[in-house]
Design a protein around this ligand. Structure first.
Ligand code: CA
Length: 628
């Protein structure tokens, strides 16, 4: 603790430390490798749209030094001291025509230079600003890097990292890494996915549960057990060369308790502090609730996610700017195609809006999907850019996680058909899309790393899984598939997260089977893999699914029929959820079928006549590319 902190905050800090000790989360990281001076962002780029740059400077007693540098086109606009004298915040302003190069920033006291940092202004990549984010033309594959493949066993345990690998512990680190992902880009490309969402890869130097990555201890460094920053850059480049986009998982709500700036806080309001440990109420609903009490809203926003996850106070412009710049740094540095933002409703919504504007200002076609875990359409809509419902608030995030459709898909494919059950669930959810500004950009999914494995949800009914996939891959929205779905992986969330985050078989040397190969998969796994592959590979070139409008017909007799129609292309999808084979009369679909005679069925590659009646197998789906 330093002396410049006010007595009240000292008491709070003492309580805070006490809490850390009581909860057993007190840090034991040694300071041996701490650099004398940290500057973040560590470098920047010439030619960014936003002219200002905030540098967080961290060095022993650096406050009170004077700052000196000279570089054509860069001016020092502001120097901000905070209560902790080990920090200094600089605001630089860059001219639009500033040239790439580097310069020494000197920190001087009594005419002596105490610290020097060589700051680099790099040249931007060509086309950097015009990158195309992920869209409905993509299918995203979500994987947990610790659980996918161990491409480099030599990094399983790394010096200075608190948690060691232990594959027998479902909540421990298993050794998966960036090299493992790189090794299997061919598998992913062959399956037909076009984007990867990888759970967080940044350093999580925590004594336990470090594998999932959501308690970051360094915002500028890939965890060495996953690889280096350069390994990540190489992964993005190799993925791009195979037609696969990369989406980074980012967290603005909290970080890990072992983060160096948490161990020595810049100021009291860097994070939310409470006299005793206070958890969020996790009721995201109260942010948009017109009747919400201040007490509930405050607890939601200021409570911590967990006792090892200190909660940022994004009303503080210094931490807000830090996080915004960090995201832009990674987009530019690694050549990212998208961001998945963790826990969208938990940071102050004003910060999210500012962030959305800033990212779009640099990259107009970039995509951010916010994890807004809300089960009702109206409440979810609130978090999407240009929402018609948010009464003056605009998040500026183009995409949101579609939990209402997820909820419908949990039941639709396995229950008995009824007025409101079965296929009608899908219909009723989609019929509410007028509540969204752009439902075609909603992220749609059967499961993810926080949810029951879908195969388990549908009671291991392989045919139901195939129908659900056919639906999800052809309805509106941006589909996301969780790794292992193609292998019929199962697991229940209530038995522990390890159950739903099992290792991909074959990702580790010596695994009894290698499911990355056809020979290593069971006949059932190959059947589902092939089914997905057929749709995914076809989908890559389907303008109707990527951009076409959706027209659907009220489900009848357990059959749901809809069309995706773009300029010159139309696709008809028939989902028969009933246990009987049916002869489907097409007269009812005349408005969408007019002018078409035949269709190419994507899964079986058969040509069928679409006039009159179509034979639809029991419990199956047909995807029909219509032909004149
Ligand atoms: Ca490894």
């Amino acid at each position: 603790m330093n002396k410049s902190i006010k007595p009240k905050s000292l008491i709070l800090k003492a309580l805070f430390l006490l809490f850390l000790i009581i909860t057993g989360s007190v840090f034991t990281v040694s300071a041996q490798n701490e650099p004398a001076l940290r500057v973040e962002p560590p470098f920047w780029w010439a030619g960014m749209k936003h002219s200002k740059l905030q540098l967080l400077v961290y060095g022993k007693n650096i406050s009170g030094t004077s700052v000196d540098f000279s570089y054509q086109g860069i001016a020092l606009r502001e120097t901000t001291s905070v209560s902790n004298p080990d920090y200094l915040f600089l605001t630089l302003e860059m001219a639009p025509d500033v040239k790439p190069g580097s310069f020494d920033i000197r920190f001087i006291r009594n005419r002596k230079t105490e610290f020097t940092y060589r700051y680099e202004l790099r040249a931007r990549r060509e086309g950097s600003a015009s990158r195309q984010g992920f869209t409905a033309s993509d299918v995203i594959y979500l994987l947990m890097p610790d659980r996918f493949a161990n491409g480099d066993p030599s990094n399983d345990n790394m010096p200075g990292m608190l948690e060691q690998a232990n594959r027998s512990n479902p909540s421990g680190r298993h050794g998966g890494d960036i090299a493992g992902i790189k090794n299997h880009l061919g598998y992913l490309s062959d399956l037909g996915i076009t984007a990867l969402w990888i759970n967080p890869l940044l350093e999580n130097n925590n004594p336990a549960y470090s594998y999932h990555g959501y308690a970051i201890t360094d915002f500028y460094r890939i965890d060495p057990r996953f690889g280096t920053n350069q390994d990540y850059l190489d992964l993005v480049e190799q993925a791009h060369s195979k037609g696969i986009k990369v989406i980074k998982d980012m967290i603005f709500n909290h970080c890990g308790i072992n983060h160096w700036f948490i161990r020595n806080l810049p100021m009291e309001n860097w994070i939310h502090q409470h006299p005793e440990f206070t958890r969020s109420n996790f009721r995201a609903e109260c942010i948009s609730d017109p009747y919400a009490s201040e007490a509930d809203r405050t607890k939601m926003l200021t409570g911590w996610f967990d006792n090892h996850m200190p909660d940022f106070d994004q009303r503080n412009p210094l931490i807000t700017e830090y996080l915004i710049q960090n995201s832009i740094w990674w987009i530019e540095y690694a050549g990212l195609d998208g961001i998945r933002l963790d826990t969208q409703p938990y940071p102050y919504k004003e910060m999210i809006a500012e962030w959305g504007i800033r990212v779009a200002g640099e990259y107009p076609d970039f995509t951010i999907v916010g994890e807004a875990w809300l089960n009702k359409e109206g409440m979810l809509s609130y978090y999407q850019k240009d929402s018609p419902l948010s009464r003056g608030y605009n998040s500026h995030l183009p995409s949101v996680t579609d939990f209402p459709l997820y909820g419908a898909m949990q039941q639709a494919f396995t229950e008995k058909e009824g007025w409101s059950e079965g296929m009608a669930r899908l219909y009723y959810v989609l019929a509410q899309d007028f509540l969204f500004s752009d439902p075609y950009r909603n992220l749609i999914f059967l499961d993810n790393h926080d949810l029951n494995r879908y195969y388990n949800t549908i009671r291991k009914d392989k045919e139901a899984l195939k129908r659900a996939l056919a639906f999800m891959l052809t309805t509106r929205g941006i589909p996301q598939i969780y790794y292992g779905t193609e292998l019929l992986m199962d697991g229940e969330e209530h038995k522990g997260h390890g159950e739903i985050r099992r290792d991909f078989p074959g990702g580790w040397a010596g695994d009894p089977v290698n499911a990355f190969t056809r020979e290593g998969r069971t006949p059932e796994q190959n059947e589902v893999f092939d089914y997905m592959q057929k749709i995914l590979q076809w989908r890559k070139n389907s303008k109707a699914v990527a951009n076409g409008r959706l027209t659907h017909f009220i489900p009848e007799n357990g059959i749901y029929v809809y069309f995706r129609t773009a300029d010159e292309e139309s696709v008809m999808v028939i989902v028969n959820n009933s246990k009987e084979e049916r002869m489907l009369e097409t007269e009812r679909f005349r408005e969408a079928l007019a002018g078409y005679q035949q269709a190419h069925e994507v899964i079986t590659s058969k040509t069928i006549d679409v006039n009159g009646r179509i034979k639809v197998g029991a419990e199956s789906a047909m995807i029909l590319e219509l032909k004149k």
